[in-house]
Design a protein around this ligand. Structure first.
Ligand code: CTP
Length: 448
């Protein structure tokens, strides 16, 4: 019996795939199809696969051409599979010609002609392209704009900015819409990315939702819990997606860490301690500059609070905010610390733009702890550590684009499916807005 194996993503299964599977099957008597797992696809740069692994497996199964379906999860697995399944022939489309010659040490390698004129990428790009409007300081928007170019199905339609058009960075010059009018940007967009000053978020998100536009707003989306609730309710009423942007939520390492912590790997979680600082800003700048920039709690608070609320929930019993404010601007905290007291746990966050500290994350439990080295908010690595170091485990996950491009993919998927695929739960957004509210009204707050 001749055993054949082939691999692919098989997203939005099309005629080209079916022809390939038919010919692969005809090469032998038994066909194994390896469908690539989501993580493996991500690590090799295929990030906006539309269908889940299960949907893709089901589609391949439904062709009736595969005798067996396996999942491809790691680099180098092909050699393992060929040995384990006693494969005689490895085959793929001719777009891979030469790439798998190294497998001929283990079995016969056959490249089948690729069917012309069709591909998953092309089908994806024909799905309606979302016109994305962006609001904020142009230099701040550059990173997001660049990351969106890695995701197909989205195009920057325009930018709303207060500065003169001549001063725009090169990347924005040719955009169809460069305007100072938010209304005009709304008219030219299907969805908005909002990175303006947090004091403007509420009105801008509201106006966008009222106009029936989807919104991805950098956290905090609102500065009071009530306003935050109101925005999510409005999004539901209008049938629009509202997502709060916290890129760390989309980092694979961070997401896996949450799952491991929640599944009891370190016992019962007793403490979450997160620190985020950056000394990038020019501290000599005057009040006007400070006014335009985000204070420490707005800038870093949502990221630092994310693991606290996602691991311990939002029902803390007490909290204390301790802030040190700038002499030039009493609304600008140079450094803030917040302590949360839960019935059976505690948490602390430290954020600063005028103070530097070790930016790590530690989740302490009754059996061990999770340690994420600085800068934990964009890490690809963490460790689970125990009393006996021999039991320690290290985890590494590829992270491209600091999580931003995965965040954009989640936003697009939400729009397509008509329901949120956000990794930031609504109650987390609301809790963040509630902390902001207390900070601005100086509730539970001490200044130093
Ligand atoms: N394939 C083919 N003819 C096509 C498209 C794909 O023969 N028109 C083959 C590929 O060569 C591969 C298998 O089908 O052996 C699975 O390919 P996959 O990468 O999943 O499909 P693509 O349509 O090429 O996907 P993408 O556009 O995302 O690269």
């Amino acid at each position: 019996m001749i055993r054949v194996i082939t691999y692919g993503t098989f997203d939005l299964l099309h005629y080209g795939h079916i022809r390939l599977l038919e010919r692969a099957r005809a090469l032998g008597d038994y066909l194994i199809v390896g469908v690539t797992g989501d993580d493996f696809d991500k690590s090799r740069g295929k990030i906006n696969v539309q269908q889940s692994l299960m949907e893709r497996v089901e589609a391949v199964r439904a062709t009736g051409l595969a005798d067996e379906i396996i999942i491809e999860e790691y680099e180098g697995q092909k050699i393992d599979d060929i040995r384990r399944y006693h494969i005689d022939i490895f085959t793929v489309g001719s777009d891979w010609k030469g790439k798998f010659d190294y497998l001929s040490a283990y079995c016969k390698v056959v490249y089948l002609d690729r069917t012309e004129g069709i591909s998953s990428s092309e089908i994806r790009s024909h799905q309606r392209e979302i016109r994305l409007g962006m609001v904020g300081m142009p230099e701040d928007l550059l990173k997001f704009h660049k990351e969106s170019s890695f995701v197909n199905g989205v195009k920057t339609a325009g930018i709303c900015t207060e500065g003169p058009a001549e001063e725009l960075p090169e990347a924005f010059r040719g955009l169809p819409c460069v305007t100072q009018s938010y209304q005009e940007l709304l008219e030219q967009s299907d969805a908005l990315y909002i990175l303006s000053h947090p004091s403007r978020h509420y009105e801008q998100v509201r106006a966008a939702l009222e106009a029936g536009r989807h919104v991805l707003c950098e956290a905090p989306a609102a500065l009071t819990a009530k306003q935050c609730r109101e925005l999510f309710a409005l999004a539901r009423e209008k049938g629009c997606i509202l997502m709060e942007g916290i890129k760390t939520a989309y980092s694979t390492a961070y997401y896996r860490l949450l799952l491991l912590a929640k599944s009891g790997q370190i016992g019962k979680i007793v403490s979450v301690d997160a620190t985020c600082t950056r000394l990038a800003e020019d501290r000599s700048s005057g009040p006007e500059q400070l006014n335009r920039s985000w204070n420490s709690l707005c800038d870093w608070g949502p990221t630092a609070m994310l693991p606290v609320f996602q691991l311990l929930g939002t029902e803390w019993k007490e909290k204390q905010i301790i802030s040190h404010f700038s002499d030039a601007d009493p609304a600008y905290d140079v450094f803030s610390r917040i302590n949360f007291v839960y019935p059976e746990a505690t948490a602390s966050i430290k954020v600063g733009k005028g103070v530097k500290a070790e930016g790590d994350l530690i989740v302490s439990g009754t059996r061990g702890y999770i340690y994420v080295p600085a800068p934990w908010w964009k890490t690809d690595y963490f460790e689970i550590r125990y009393e006996n170091p021999a039991e320690n485990r290290r985890y590494f996950y590829q992270l491209d684009g600091e999580g931003i491009r995965y965040e954009i993919v989640a936003f697009l998927k939400s729009i397509e499916k008509g329901r949120s695929s956000s990794y930031v739960e609504e109650e987390v957004s609301e809790a963040i807005a509630g902390v902001m509210e207390d900070f601005y009204s100086r509730r539970d707050t001490r200044t130093i």
